[in-house]
Write a protein that binds this ligand. Structure first.
Ligand code: 5GP
Ligand code: ZN
Length: 114
């Protein structure tokens, strides 16, 4: 837990969020400013600031993607797929510095870029 980290607090239940998934390692919840029919955020309970930092903990990465797979297999996203996005740093528009993976879908998505 990093002091004053929004997503650490959400993962611990100290700040309310619409939870969709939780296991020992991973927490999934609805993004407050949805950009698609379905827009979720998945975080690891262990704080890292970004994917570069998380890359030092391969087991956390595996746990992250196992959690995403476990959740998506059981919901409507399994039908037509979904996009996983993570933003690192200012050019990508990262605003919350607890590594998180956007899960976007529920509809056909346009190509992304600029
Ligand atoms: P980033 O821009 O860092 O990749 O993504 C941060 C995401 O967190 C944004 O999509 C934003 O809507 C979402 N977000 C920011 N504050 C909150 C919050 O308090 N609750 C929830 N559920 N999502 C949040
Ligand atoms: Zn955190």
């Amino acid at each position: 837990m990093a002091a004053n980290c929004l997503f650490c607090k959400i993962a611990k239940g100290e700040i309310a969020a619409q939870k969709v998934f939780e296991n020992e390692h991973v927490f999934g919840f609805v993004d407050i400013h949805s950009q698609a029919k379905i827009h979720l955020l998945f975080v690891h309970k262990k704080h890292t600031a970004n994917i570069n930092e998380m890359s030092g903990d391969p087991e956390a990465i595996a746990q992250m993607f196992r959690g995403i797979a476990e959740y998506t297999k059981g919901c409507e996203l399994s039908k037509n797929g979904y996009r996983v996005v993570t933003n690192q740093g200012p050019d990508a528009g990262q605003t919350v510095f607890h590594t998180h993976f956007h899960i976007v879908g529920g509809e056909a998505l346009g190509h992304f870029g600029r």
